[in-house]
Structures are given as C-alpha cells and as structure tokens.
Design a binder for this molecule. Structure first.
Ligand code: GDP
Ligand code: MG
Length: 176
C-alpha cells in the first residue's frame, strides 16, 4: 500500500504469549482479558486514527496462534507498510527472538528499501516489574545498537499503546 493512501497495513510479530493479541484488543477495542485464546477469528482488525489532521485507516494483522516460523502465509505479509515486533519483558527468550522475527519479516515481505522499513519494538507487560528479566538499560542499549525504536507497553494497564501505533504509522507515512 502506498504511503499517500489513507490506509496502512501493519503486521504484528513476536513469540507466542508476549501479548500481541492483547495489544491489538486494547488498541482497537479498548479491552483486556487475562485469558485470550491463541487464535482470533479475523485475520486483521481495523481502526481509524488521526495524524496531523489526516484520517488514517489502520489494518492491523495479528498471527492466529501460528507463530512458529514459516506457517504465516504470504497474505499476512503482502503489502505491509510497517511492522511491530513484540517481546515480553519477563521473557528473555522472547527478547532474543526479536531479531529473527525482523529477519523473517524482511525475508517474507521483501519490502523495497528494507534498511529504512518502519519497524518498532515493543517490550510488553511492563506492568510486571517484579518479574522483569529484560532490564531497561539492556533493551535501550540493544535498540540503539540495532537502530530500532523501542517502547515499553502494557496491554493490561494501557501503557503507551496508542503512542506505539501512532509512532509506527508516522514512520510509514513519512517513508518515501
Ligand atoms: P499472544 O500469544 O502474543 O497473542 O499473547 P496474548 O495476547 O494471547 O497474551 C498472552 C497472555 O499474556 C494472556 O494471558 C494475556 O492476558 C497476558 N498479557 C498480555 N499483555 C499483557 C500485559 O501487558 N500485562 C500482563 N500482566 N499480562 C499481559
Ligand atoms: Mg495471539
């Protein structure tokens, strides 16, 4: 989808259980549930946001519980304008997977100018400070090293989710 259209496709990737579906539900429906099923009915959810007085329709694609590599079909990636990579601050493995997910996205989507493709990394479940294993110092240094924007979010407490979607949408709109 071209950047000057008022619709943007955003795909959300990351290990199972990091809170991808919860982030979407929070963002799109202002809901949170402790026990989401691994699957959702629809391939994507839509929400309109306003950036600089422009109405943008976001089409946000979530995995339907098939997070293992290779099992997401071409439709999932096709025409993506931005990608949100999610880990869980209480799971070191999920943090370590981020780079593989980014690479998987680039391999599968094959965007033009991959070096400037809009990615944002979300460290979700920041409400679980007592169980934190990925420190802010560590994730910030990592983000700097990889030149990726990183925000800590909580789908449970509604922390910085709107910001994250607006930020990545802005990046997608600015892209030439
Ligand atoms: P997905 O597999 O990545 O889609 O993850 P889900 O959205 O299904 O969430 C997995 C589990 O983590 C569920 O039990 C959610 O309720 C929980 N969860 C998701 N986001 C948060 C969060 O921000 N804070 C806390 N404490 N739990 C969360
Ligand atoms: Mg899910």
């Amino acid at each position: 989808m071209a950047k000057n259209r008022s619709q943007l496709k955003i795909v959300v990737l990351g290990d199972s259980n990091v809170g991808k579906t919860s982030l979407l539900n929070r963002f799109v429906k202002s809901e949170f549930s402790q026990n989401y099923k691994a699957t959702i009915g629809a391939d994507f959810m839509s929400k309109e946001i306003i950036i600089d007085e422009k109405h943008i329709s976001l089409q946000v694609w979530d995995t339907a519980g098939q997070e293992r590599f290779q099992s997401l079909g071409a439709t999932f990636y096709r025409g993506a304008d931005a990608c949100i990579l999610v880990y869980d601050i209480t799971s070191k493995n999920s943090f370590d997977s981020i780079i593989s997910w980014k690479q998987e996205f680039l391999n599968q989507c094959g965007p033009r100018q991959p070096e400037t493709f809009p990615f944002i990394v979300l460290g979700n479940k920041c409400d679980l400070e007592k169980d934190r294993v990925v420190s802010i110092a560590k994730s910030n240094q990592w983000a700097k090293d990889h030149e990726l924007p990183l925000i800590e979010t909580s789908a449970k407490d509604d922390v910085r989710i709107q910001d994250a979607f607006v930020e990545v949408s802005r990046m997608a709109m600015k892209r030439e």
